[in-house]
Design a protein around this ligand. Structure first.
Ligand code: MF3
Ligand code: CO
Ligand code: CO
Length: 268
């Protein structure tokens, strides 16, 4: 990392300081998040360009790392609670938090790339799923429908509504296809804090009654599986996989609640 690029406070510490402020952000902070989010989004697209059989997830990480640095950002995952890389690359049955490594991608792999960028004091967090080479029909449908689930949840964001509408929309849509909805990992408030403490559930939980307010910033990042949603973590303490090894897809965007609905902050 170039020394000139400002780092989040948690780097070189065991973890982040707990965030105690509001999840409603000023126009100035939102503007900064739009820039961090833009770099985070373009970084995914840059990394995705090299997806092909034989390419390692380390190579994708290197492209993403360089792109973020070139754009004056810091890759938020690098040094976050000890995470060693500049993005998460989660292949097939890996749900999330996969660590880029030397495993070459195979024809037919389903790969999630999750990138968060810290710039101007704030984070923008997003994830997309891609196929490597020729993807089978079940995986292709899972990928497209997970994107659709996220988009439907985003369309349900309105000030005055309770946060539980998000999970209700996602779970209802996933159930049509018999997909699992991962429960152990959630969306979150994001701004000056990477994970603010505000939790966004992707399944129906009526007791999540927090009301969406104009200016609130958070992620929606559903993880849907072809089989069961239950998961465990590898001995590397990061890699989350489905217990039944069923494939998983994920999409994520950072958004701000506006008067008439969500504005996406992780956009080109
Ligand atoms: N970007 C992930 C999220 O959506 C978090 C990754 S944290 C890491 O919240 F340490 F695993 F990189
Ligand atoms: Co996130
Ligand atoms: Co993310």
């Amino acid at each position: 990392m170039p020394a000139s690029i400002p780092r989040p406070e948690y780097v070189d510490r065991p973890g982040p300081k707990p965030y105690r402020g509001s999840d409603v952000q000023s126009e100035e902070t939102i503007e900064a998040m739009r820039e961090a989010g833009r770099v985070a989004h373009l970084a995914i697209l840059e990394g995705a360009k090299i997806i092909a059989p034989g390419v390692t997830t380390d190579a994708i990480d290197a492209v993403i790392h360089e792109f973020i640095c070139d754009n004056g950002g810091y890759p938020s995952t690098l040094g976050y609670r000890g995470f060693p890389k500049s993005c998460c690359t989660s292949v097939n049955e890996v749900i999330c938090h996969g660590i880029p490594d030397l495993r070459p991608l195979d024809d037919g792999d389903l790969i999630k790339i999750d990138v968060t960028v810290f710039k101007n004091g704030v984070h923008g967090d997003n994830c997309m799923t891609f196929g490597c080479g020729q993807l089978d029909q079940a995986s292709t449908q899972l990928m497209n429908r997970t994107k659709q689930a996220m988009d439907r949840a985003i369309a349900a964001v309105k000030p005055g509504r309770q946060l539980n509408v998000i999970g209700r929309v996602i779970e209802a849509y996933a159930q049509r296809f018999g997909y699992g909805v991962v429960r152990d990992y959630t969306g979150h408030g994001v701004h000056s804090a990477f994970h603010s403490g505000l939790v966004i559930l992707h399944y129906d939980q009526p007791s999540l009654t927090t009301v969406m307010e104009e200016g609130m910033t958070f992620t929606i990042e559903p993880m849907l599986t072809l089989g069961d949603y239950h998961s465990h973590v590898w001995k590397d303490d990061w890699t989350v996989v489905t217990n039944d090894f069923s494939r998983c897809a994920q999409f994520e965007q950072t958004l701000v609640v506006r008067a008439h609905g969500a504005e996406i902050l992780t956009a080109p």
